[in-house]
Design a protein around this ligand. Structure first.
Ligand SMILES: Cc1cc2nc3c(=O)[nH]c(=O)nc-3n(C[C@H](O)[C@H](O)[C@H](O)COP(=O)(O)OP(=O)(O)OC[C@H]3O[C@@H](n4cnc5c(N)ncnc54)[C@H](O)[C@@H]3O)c2cc1C
Length: 476
């Protein structure tokens, strides 16, 4: 590319989005730099996916080994199962260091310049970087913004990082409070309730909306509630919000009705995890220098090509990916968007197909989905003039799940009645986060249940749950 610039591409933010974009860019020979102000790897590697999955792996094993009833059904007996909280925390921490090192080395090895400092747009095709040694300006043919997100803490909630904390501190597992309140029943709240209950804590889950797991398909949420919440040491408060939280010992939580705002009760718990979503980290990015305004929720406005928009018009040579654009706040969505942005820099005319990007909650068992919920599919059908249908199959009819004696689970396929095209698939059950990818490929290729029902699945595998759902769809 052109040598009139210092770089072909400068990326602000070395989270998974920036990393994915950088690797793709150097594959195509772009001279690339990445600017990072804090931890290489961003949220996913340091405070998100990686440490939380390490904690879920260890705590899940404790739950499994302490489930005498389940083990006995398989003919196994174990003695007292003990664990060491600090050793579990170390497992997560060591994994973070390893993945952070691998990510940084992969960038270096491929010749990406890593610049440590705060990056800002400083006019068209210019970036200023503030480092310990002062400020410098570099030029780039194209700039990708990938500054990520931070936890959202609602007004009235005071976080001290010890007794009242967000997932940023939660992943460090510094304590195991006897009684912990979790504010929010989205995937972060659910995963932490899985970890805490497996390690013997009592949980009170507080959800402001009128249903638990509001982001999930209703059939999935209902079964997930029956398996992940009801039998565990979890009390739920729904339609109720934490109006005020005061850290200390005890932590004081003033609860009010979400609709009427009337005070309901005051809880005194040992600790509180605030898992009320995330907000974009889009302050002080210099966007005003190129006339870009953030949207109402402070996300960077982009189109499906990942180009940044100003008043609906594309700003040339400026792209934004990952959590900061709010399109789909997931690690793989961020890196997928990064690849699309680079492809478009190279003039390949790509768009992100959000419908085929899967999502998962790594509880025991897991929840996963891809595409539309039933409600969203119905709305689309109304708008575009088609009927939808659904087909369900159950893990209790699956030989592999029965062999494991873990047959709580469901797969639900939502499809167009006229063409059979799969619009969404939702799974709750053992290894749901792995099973979803077959459905994701089907949605990406806009395949029909008629076609999918004729694919042969290995027997006995959990994947036959989806096979069964497709077959039921064509039988109905
Ligand atoms: C507890 C938890 C669990 C999660 N689990 C999963 C999961 O299992 N699967 C999944 O897909 N997603 C998961 N996520 C979400 C996932 O972590 C995010 O979607 C992902 O990290 C977003 O990537 P990103 O590159 O957009 O931003 P980030 O990872 O947030 O990275 C942005 C980086 O930019 C840097 N930065 C910001 N501004 C500047 C600047 N001006 N100059 C220089 N550097 C800057 C930041 O320091 C940061 O390192 C989880 C999140 C949390 C909190």
């Amino acid at each position: 590319m052109s040598s009139e610039f210092d770089y072909d591409l400068v990326i602000i933010g070395a989270g998974v989005g920036g990393h994915g974009a950088a690797l793709h860019a150097v594959n195509y020979g772009l001279k690339t730099a990445i600017i990072e102000a804090a931890d290489m790897g961003g949220t996913c590697v340091n405070r998100g996916c990686i440490p939380s999955k390490a904690l879920l792996a260890a705590s899940g094993r404790v739950r499994e080994l302490r489930n005498a009833h389940h083990l006995k059904s398989l003919g196994i007996q174990v003695g007292n199962v003990e664990f060491d909280r600090q050793a579990i925390a170390n497992h997560a921490d060591n994994l973070v260091s390893k993945i952070q090192g691998d990510l940084t080395n992969s960038l270096k090895r491929l010749g990406v310049d890593i610049i440590r400092g705060w990056g800002k747009v400083a006019g068209t095709q210019k970036v200023s970087v503030t480092t310990d040694n002062g400020e410098k300006t570099i030029t780039a043919q194209d700039i990708i913004l990938c500054p990520g997100s931070v936890p959202f803490v609602p007004p009235g909630i005071e976080v001290d990082g010890k007794t009242v904390f967000t997932s940023d501190q939660g992943v460090k597992l510094e304590s195991l409070p006897q009684w912990i309140a979790i504010i929010g029943s989205g995937y972060i709240g659910l995963e932490f309730s899985d970890i805490y209950t497996a390690l013997g804590c009592e949980v009170t889950m507080i959800e402001a909306l009128d249903v638990l797991m509001p982001g999930f398909d209703r059939d999935i949420a209902k079964l997930a509630e029956r398996v992940l919440i009801a039998p565990r040491d979890i009390e739920t408060k729904v339609g109720i919000y934490a109006k005020r939280i005061i850290p200390g010992s005890p932590v004081v939580i003033e609860l009010a009705d979400f609709q009427t705002k009337e005070d309901i009760e005051v809880l005194e718990v040992d600790a509180c995890l605030v898992a009320t979503g995330r907000i974009p980290a889009t302050k002080n990015l210099g966007l005003d220098s190129v006339g870009v305004e953030l949207d109402k929720r402070n996300f960077i406005p982009v189109n499906d090509s990942m180009a940044v928009l100003s008043d609906g018009e594309v700003v040339p040579h400026l792209w934004a990916i990952g959590d900061a654009n709010g399109k789909m706040m997931l690690a793989h969505a961020a890196s997928g968007q990064g690849i699309v942005a680079v492809d478009n820099i190279l003039g390949k005319g790509k768009k992100v197909d959000y419908r085929s990007i899967p999502a998962a909650a790594f509880t025991h068992p897991e929840v996963s989905y891809v595409g539309l919920t039933e409600t969203a599919a119905q709305e689309l059908g109304l708008a575009e003039g088609f009927e939808i249908a659904t087909s369900k199959s159950y893990f209790k009819g699956n030989s592999k799940a029965l062999a494991e004696n873990e047959a709580d689970g469901i797969a639900k396929v939502i499809y167009r009645q006229d063409t059979g095209e799969v619009l969404g698939v939702h799974i709750f059950g053992l290894h749901a986060s792995d099973l979803i990818h077959e459905a994701s490929a089907a949605v990406a290729n806009r395949q029909s249940v008629q076609k999918l029902a004729h694919l042969v699945h290995a027997h006995p595998t959990l994947s036959e749950v989806l096979d069964e759902a497709y077959k039921r769809a064509i039988a109905s």
